[in-house]
Unconditional design. Structure first.
Length: 452
């Protein structure tokens, strides 16, 4: 388990509970919301687990971050901003799914937090709701924000020399993928299987959750009994169309999507938000179709090596990967939407691609190899081309304009939010415990009248 990555995924939402908090008290109040000493200590423990440096200002900085969140939450409530239970659950399920995968399963997650899965969710539901309300207000305050080229240049030129970021090596990749053809016979086997599972649940009275954990081929939801919490637009159209036709507790007939065959049980629905259980069975190809795909890819590789085809021509003729075929085979980084990958993302998402291309020069291609898509878990054969290798370097406007532009936007956004928070402090009841009145805050929180 990589704790730094875990911490970045949790942000300030999930707190490490590796040590007991024996003493607690209210250290601040913003409006009706109180902030406890344990809220700060939890984040201190989190930082310790991540081996982060904790200086003498740590507690003060954490307290101010929490207070800013509460100011945003108070305004969100005044503006009637609503975050539904389904949205909170969807966000929580997505976070927990990522963390479970990083930790190696639900049991490891429960061991880490020293509580059951249900207790983890109950513990952090209100915290997630507050953070989501605060995020909605941040988005409202900075809606339409942008920066001009001049603002980007000015921002970069004003950075102290020792603050110019060092950019690690980045790599760009393209691929040609051939997924073996799924025959009618393969589909029939999968459809018969999902029908059999539905009968086990509907006729024999088996638990939907138990069947999902045992048989579902969706690695994200199967460990949770097939549970998915989502909002309209997050799932493929056929799936959502079925969800919105079901009544609570009703189980659908088998449906087909690009991922395979599903049965769905609706748990609850509110507006565009829903919680459901589902089971997925993917059609699996035969050895004969895999051999046929392998032969076709060998032909593609030979023609590329003999310069009988350009890369773009080969992608158009041979690749059947929907996510890259229309873009010259370029593999975008799902975390940044960039065409370049840093080493951390590669190791987390597609470690195999780095191992294949580590010793290659830009323009080189790999031999055909077995491949499994990290999102769909679909198996195929691929050739990878190293499109670009950007050496580690200090950031500059020519090579890293997009990165610097994003930093300039973030800086502008932070300034706007800071000014907004400062303008709201005078209208809110704020009280800070005397143990923290010596803190050097960014904002002028302490009003003698408030702390009398």
């Amino acid at each position: 388990m990589k704790l730094p990555m875990l911490i970045s995924c949790l942000a300030s939402t999930f707190f490490v509970l590796s040590q007991p908090i024996t003493l607690d008290k209210i250290v601040a109040q913003v409006g009706d919301n109180v902030i406890l000493l344990s809220d700060i200590m939890d984040q201190r423990l989190q930082a310790q687990e991540a081996k982060a440096t904790i200086d003498s200002t740590f507690d003060c900085r954490v307290l101010e971050q929490i207070m800013v969140t509460q100011v945003l939450v108070n305004q969100a409530k005044l503006d009637s901003v609503v975050v539904s239970d389904e949205q909170v659950d969807a966000d929580m399920e997505n976070r927990l799914r990522i963390i479970q995968n990083q930790m190696g399963g639900r049991q490891k997650l429960e061991e880490f937090y020293r509580m059951s899965f249900g207790e983890i969710k109950d513990k952090f539901r209100d915290i997630i709701r507050s953070n989501m309300l605060a995020d909605e207000m941040r988005n409202t305050i900075t809606v339409g924000l942008g920066v001009t080229p001049k603002e980007v240049t000015d921002f970069f030129n004003k950075l102290p020399a020792d603050s110019v970021p060092y950019i690690n090596m980045q790599l760009g990749f393209q691929q040609i993928v051939i997924y073996p053809e799924i025959t009618k016979e393969d589909k029939k086997i999968a459809l018969d299987k999902i029908k059999e599972l539905r009968e086990m649940i509907v006729v024999q009275g088996k638990s939907f959750e138990s069947i999902a954990r045992t048989y579902s081929m969706d690695p994200g939801s199967a460990p949770m009994g097939g549970k998915i919490a989502a909002t309209k637009g997050m799932m493929v159209p056929q799936f959502e169309a079925t969800v919105f036709k079901l009544k609570p507790a009703e189980i659908s007939e088998p449906i087909e999507t690009e991922f395979g065959y599903h049965i769905i049980k609706l748990v609850s629905r509110s507006g565009d938000d829903f919680v459901c259980l589902h089971i997925l069975i993917r059609p699996e190809f035969s050895i004969q179709t895999m051999n046929k795909a392998s032969q076709r890819m060998d032909s593609c590789y030979r023609m590329l090596k003999m310069n009988e085809l350009t890369w773009e021509q080969a992608v158009a003729r041979y690749s059947n990967d929907a996510s890259t075929r229309q873009n010259k085979g370029i593999i975008s980084n799902p975390r940044t939407a960039s065409q370049l990958w840093d080493m951390e993302d590669l190791n987390e998402i597609d470690q195999q691609i780095y191992l294949l291309t580590d010793a290659m020069e830009a323009g080189d291609i790999t031999q055909p190899s077995l491949y499994m898509d990290y999102m769909t878990r679909q198996q195929g054969i691929r050739i990878v081309r190293l499109m670009q290798r950007v050496p580690a370097h200090k950031a500059n406007l020519n090579d890293d304009y997009a990165l610097i532009k994003q930093a300039a936007e973030n800086d502008k956004r932070a300034n706007i939010l800071s000014q907004w928070v400062s303008s709201k402090i005078g209208n809110a009841y704020i009280r800070i415990d005397q143990d923290f009145t010596g803190c050097t805050f960014e904002h002028k929180w302490i009003n003698p009248k408030n702390n009398e």
